[in-house]
Ligand binder design. Sequence first.
Ligand SMILES: Nc1ncnc2c1ncn2[C@@H]1O[C@H](COP(=O)(O)OP(=O)(O)OP(=O)(O)O)[C@@H](O)[C@H]1O
Length: 305
Amino acid sequence: MSGMIEVEGVVYDYPAVRALHGVSFEVQAGAVLALVGPNGAGKSTLMRCIAALDVPTEGTIRVAGLDVEEDPRGVHAAIGYLPDFFGLYEELSVRKALTYAARSRGVPVSETAAAVEMAAARVQLTDRLEARAGELSRGLKQRLAIAQTIVHQPRVLLLDEPAAGLDPEARRSLSDLILSLSKDGMTIVVSSHILAELEDYSTQMLMIRDGAVAGGGVVAAGSGHRDGQRVEVTFAEPPLDLAERLEKLGVTVEQTTGDTATLLLPEGEDDSALLGKLIAAGLKVRSFQAARKTLEDAYLAEVAR
Ligand SMILES: Nc1ncnc2c1ncn2[C@@H]1O[C@H](COP(=O)(O)OP(=O)(O)OP(=O)(O)O)[C@@H](O)[C@H]1O
């Protein structure tokens, strides 16, 4: 295996319950993996094991090539981990909280001030550096917590339910932040119950159920997962013989309901060419959208397996 995160045969036992039953998967560098699954499935336990905070009962985990059991400190330096319930030092200013986080994650004294500024800028907290952590809103506290986890510029970021308790605007800015961290090359694992939101930034999905990998393991998902063969078109003033007219253009009509048609494109045909054909045929196109296989579709397909 040669992934940024390699999990092999991981079993984890709490005193009274086996939480993970031989979990194996791999996450490639640069991926944004959505870790999904019902309550109690074992997602948080798995994250803590990857973060080298809990030692698996059996199996191995390597992060950035480092074994979590042999070199937990090396792993701590390579990752940023935001637990599902995080605490902040509420009395500290944002600057002091980030300085403390940087020093405790091994950033050298000479580089700390720059690292603090960089992390604050990354989460758009530069203008709040002197504010007390305790007086920030929930959304800004979340951003501070994330800034603390990235202040040492980790290669891997683990976010456990990061959107819990955030309002829609704060969620949107969290999504934007995750996307921009991903563009910088960070490998990111995010767990959440809100699939629609994971959709915005995930490139892959892994479903955990009853402590085991469910479905087909790591599957493509989210933004990179467009089902280009299917297009949904809405027409203004649709003619009565809409389906026949569409078929004459060489597309397969999957279904028509009122003013909307779902079309299957021939293999290799570009959807913009189809749009041109529809307009040239005199049809009034009101909207035209390549149907997307949502993360929810992928999730439900996995559940059904
Ligand atoms: N500290 C603990 N002590 C004992 N059992 C635990 C502990 N933490 C979790 N468990 C149990 O381990 C199993 C997996 O829990 P875990 O929190 O990892 O799941 P999860 O998928 O993160 O759930 P959620 O989505 O509700 O946070 C559950 O049966 C849970 O009750």
